[in-house]
Design a binder for this molecule. Structure first.
Ligand SMILES: [Zn+2]
Ligand SMILES: [Zn+2]
Ligand SMILES: [Zn+2]
Length: 145
């Protein structure tokens, strides 16, 4: 993947310390962090950033196409820097973990509606819901105990 600073410049964003830190954190995170988790990780890396600045940077990255935002079932907004492919998410009903899964078809939109109603469709947002392996074993553990 290109360097963070190069991607910011290519997207027409000024290179600032908060933007570099937030995009770096998103690159290093594979759990689709919420904004509060992004703040925590940026601060753990030794960079001071305000809550508002983090929200602003995440939105700016999203608008510039450098970050994708997902909010499964109206839950908190989460961000990731994996953009430009048509991947989907497995979301656990128990703990809320969101895992990437490659699209079985490939190109968006990978599902056809029964009637497009004249829409020019460019995306089908697919979320697979269920219980992650950890939550499955917890459920089994409590029922058999
Ligand atoms: Zn779970
Ligand atoms: Zn993802
Ligand atoms: Zn798909």
């Amino acid at each position: 993947m290109e360097q963070v600073t190069d991607r910011l410049r290519a997207a027409g964003l000024r290179v600032t310390a908060p933007r570099v830190s937030v995009l770096g954190v998103l690159d290093a995170s594979h759990d689709h962090p919420r904004v509060d988790q992004v703040i925590e990780r940026v601060r753990t890396a030794g960079v001071s950033i305000s809550t508002q600045a983090t929200y602003d940077v995440c939105e700016a990255l999203h608008r510039a196409g450098l970050a994708r935002r997902i909010a499964p079932a109206g839950g908190p907004v989460r961000y990731e820097s994996r953009v430009g492919d048509n991947h989907h998410h497995l979301v656990c009903r128990g703990c809320g973990v969101a895992v990437d899964v490659d699209c079985a078809v490939g190109r968006a939109a990978c599902l056809e509606p029964s009637d497009s109603n004249g829409f020019a469709i460019d995306e089908a947002e697919v979320t697979f819901w269920g219980l992650c392996p950890l939550c499955q074993s917890t459920v089994e553990g409590t029922t058999t105990a």
